[in-house]
Each structure stands twice: as C-alpha cells, then as structure tokens.
Design a protein around this ligand. Structure first.
Ligand code: ZN
Length: 488
C-alpha cells in the first residue's frame, strides 16, 4: 500500500518537502541504508543547526521513547510532524549526510477540523530498531474511542488509535507499512530491546483511568503477546477520584527492565473537588524492577512484588520519595556503575493552575541503603520549567541535558555533578535561542557524544517548530536547503 501518496493529496494545503520528495525517495534512501560508507561528498551551501522545520504541535517528549536510536554509525530519529503523523529522519555520521524526514504512518489524530483541541499531541512516535535492522515506530494513540474500537478492557477512552509501523527494508527509512500487532487503546509508548533481541512495548492502556501494561515480542516485533498490567488504576473510596500513574521504563542490568513512576490523583470531572476542574495533580516518586527472564518484579531492596501494583501497595513497597504539597511530572531513570538507580523527577509548587505550575528537574539516587536527593539540578528560579534526561557513570558522576529558559532566552545545556547529585554545575551550553521554549526527548538509544537527544524549538505564535539533533557540544547541522521542509 502506498499510504504516502494517498496522504499527499490530503496534505496539499500544507505542502511538505518530505512528502513531495517521496517520488525520488529510493535514491535518497541509499545514503541511510548503505552499509558501506560512501566517500563523503562535499555539501556546499548554507548550513543550519536544525535538521527539519516541520515538527508540529508539541512534537517531542521525554515519555514517548526512544525518540531515536544510533546503529552502525547512523542515528535514526522520529518526531511528530504535519497532521500529527510520525516522521523519521536519519543522520549518517561518517558521510555527514542526512536523509528524510519521511512520513512513517498516518495518525488517526490531527486531521479533524471540528475538534476543539486541534492538536492532541499524545501520539508522538517512539522508535526502535530490531535485531534485523527494521525500524519500528509506535504512534497515534490516546485511548481510542468506543465508536471506533469498542470496549477498552483495561481502562477508558479518549481519542486516536495506537499503531505500529515498520520500515519496509532494514536500515531504510523511505518506505513504511503498518503492522497489526497491538490494541488501539495505548498511549505514551515506550520500547525496550533486550540483549537477546526481545522487544518489550510499555504504555498506558487508554486515557487517565487505565492500567499501564507491557507486551512482549520474541520475533523482532512482528507479533506481540497479550497486554500484561503492571500499574493498576483504581477508584478511591475516600475521595471522588481515581488512582492513576505516569511511568518511564528503561533498561536495567542484564535481563532487567527498570521503572520510575509518579502518582496521578485523577479527580472526577466538572469543577472538581478543588474548584479548577481536572488537573494534572501528580505526586511522589516510585521505583521497581522487572526481571524479564523470570517474570518477577522486585522493589529496590530486592523484595518480590505482587502485580499489578495498586496505590496502597506502591506506597508500602516501591516508594522512593514523598514530594508533599509539591506536584510532580515524571522524568527518567538510569542505573549507575554499581547498579543503583538514579531518578530524574520534575517538581514544582502547586500555584493553583491546572498544571500546578512550573517544575524543575530534580535528582534522586539510591545508595544501596537509602534514597537521597530531591533538589533541583539546574540553578534556575522556581518559576522556570525544565525538562530533560541524564547520563550516569559512577554513582558520583551524573550529567543532565536540560531544556529551560534563562531570562526569556531558550537554553539547552548540560548540568554536571561529581558528588552524586548533591550539587550540579552548568557545563556546555549546546543551544540558545531568543524567546524559544523547548520540547526535549529522553537520551536516544545507544547514543554517541555527537547525537544525544532531540529538541524542538517553540517560537511564540506558531505550531510549526524547528527540530534539532543535539550532541555533547552542540547540534548536528544540515544544509539549509535540505532542512527546509515547509514551503515558504
Ligand atoms: Zn486524570
């Protein structure tokens, strides 16, 4: 099926070079899929720091991850593009050549002109490369609808349809097809590949009032087993609210997968108990480990857990920290060289807004005996929001890549600690843009110093954003003529 040419017609109003170029896609593809490094070709012309300008809405986030992966000298990246569809680009580090972006699928969202909230943003892509080199993208979901998808056995509905696309050929991003492997209800897709090639897909099985689940694939993502709940949503009997969760899932040691999460107190609708309707009220920090070989979940002390986790049980067994009156926004988790978890959690005061207020990325770590930390990483005012991810080596050495604003200027910079997160100092600044706000991803899979994460630069007054691939020192540049996807 040539879905791309179909969508070409519907997108004529927002002409995009990425789409228009599909006719000559196969020649462009060669740069990305060639195993042999072709001799570098001098690319003349003005270069820019971004690699595309057609990221749309809130096109990237920490939670939908990996947003990209580095394999065999090529970094593959994904983001939400025009009409909320998933787009994929690739950068060959040896030949200094970009390809794409190409549309990897058609989202069920982003196309209905009658919808009040035009851009849903929950279906931004998650990308992972299987052991045979096929590139997988999971996208487009936010709970599905009863009309289109029927009963959601593990939660509630909202919009969209969770989908799975795969590249038609290994290491080649030019052509894609959908695979029918997963239920339509999921959102916040997170893909984890183990050393034996098994792929685990984690996500929330619907809107707020849904379980978090995973599926396992042992055939390079060609099929997935049934959904297995690990975080349970549950009505509270003491409040007019439902227990809900936000999780971030990554690789642990060996066969382990690790999970950090925070708790969402999902108030009933209308004005709500607090008088400001439904809010993003979230609290506290939790952590646990899944041994994929034995199927056993444990807490940080190695105690076996009964699954799926309820709020009461999480408070008893998996709590890393209470955040009190302050609200949270879940970040990421990684192990240090001793195998102890470090957690990034965004924390801020409740300012009576639907979102609580700005949140600063804060650091926690397990010492083997206790959880320490909770202080903001970057030396920024409480009124400033930061987001990002981190790399950790020894328990003492932690490096955060954070996106935030500094006196009205958008900044992306490293913040480094050599004392286990007790204190951080500002390191290299990798991007600075007047008036910009940012969307940033997690550190991409198997990242190398030249390419760590994606950011989108949000300028006031536009839903179109430039998107950058950032390394330790700065962005990976591209010819301006190639980066320009939107017609002027
Ligand atoms: Zn809620």
């Amino acid at each position: 099926m040539d879905r791309n040419s179909l969508s070409n017609k519907t997108e004529s109003k927002r002409t995009c070079k990425g789409v228009a170029l599909l006719g000559v896609a196969s020649c462009l593809a060669l740069a990305a899929c060639s195993e042999k490094a072709s001799p570098p070709v001098a690319q003349e012309g003005e270069r820019v720091d971004h690699f595309a300008d057609n990221a749309w809405g809130n096109p990237l986030a920490v939670v939908q991850h990996p947003a990209g992966e580095h394999v065999n000298g090529v970094t593959y990246v994904s983001y939400q593009g025009p009409l909320e569809d998933p787009y994929v680009a690739a950068y060959d580090h040896k030949s200094d050549r970009w390809t794409g972006p190409f549309k990897a699928g058609v989202s069920a969202m982003g196309k209905d002109p009658n919808r009040t909230k035009k851009i849903d943003n929950h279906g931004k892509p998650t990308l992972i490369v299987d052991d045979e080199g096929y590139i997988h993208v999971f996208y487009g979901g936010h709970g599905g609808t009863p009309e289109a998808h029927g009963d959601n056995p593990l939660g509630n509905h909202h919009y969209g349809e969770n989908k799975h696309a795969v590249s038609k050929r290994p290491y080649d991003i030019t052509e894609w097809e959908d695979l029918d492997t997963i239920p339509p209800f999921g959102t916040y897709n997170q893909a984890v590949k183990m050393d034996n090639g098994d792929i685990y897909l984690f996500y929330r099985h619907g809107a707020h009032r849904s379980d978090w689940v995973y599926h396992k694939s042992t055939d390079n993502g060609r099929s997935f087993g049934p959904a297995v709940s690990f975080l349970k949503h549950k009505r509270r009997d003491d409040l007019k609210a439902v227990d809900s969760w936000y999780a971030w899932v990554g690789r642990g040691e060996g066969d382990d997968i690790i999970v950090s999460y925070d708790y969402h107190l999902c108030w009933d609708g209308g004005a709500g108990v607090n008088g400001r309707g439904h809010t993003t009220e979230r609290h506290d920090v939790y952590y646990m480990v899944f041994n994929t070989k034995t199927g056993v979940w444990t807490n940080v002390e190695g105690e076996e857990l009964e699954m799926p986790i309820t709020r009461e049980y999480a408070d008893e067994k998996t709590l890393a920290a209470r955040t009190g009156e302050r609200w949270t926004f879940n970040g990421t988790v990684h192990l240090d060289s001793k195998g102890y978890p470090h957690i990034g959690m965004n924390i801020g005061e409740d300012l009576g807004l639907k979102t609580g207020g700005p949140k600063r990325t804060s650091h926690y770590r397990w010492t083997g005996e206790q959880w320490l930390g909770g202080e903001p990483v970057a030396d920024i005012a409480p009124s400033v929001d930061s987001r990002g991810d981190f790399l950790v080596e020894s328990p003492q050495e932690v490096r955060y890549l954070l996106a935030y604003r500094e006196e009205g200027v958008g900044v992306v910079a490293w913040w480094n600690s050599e004392d286990g997160g007790k204190s951080f100092g500002k390191g290299a600044e990798v991007l600075r843009r007047e008036k910009a706000g940012w969307a940033i991803t997690s550190i991409i899979r198997n990242s190398i110093p030249e390419a760590r994460a994606l950011v989108a630069e949000k300028q006031p007054g536009s839903d179109w954003h430039r998107v950058y691939l950032l390394g330790d020192e700065g962005p990976v540049s591209r010819l301006k003529s190639e980066a320009q996807q939107l017609q002027e």
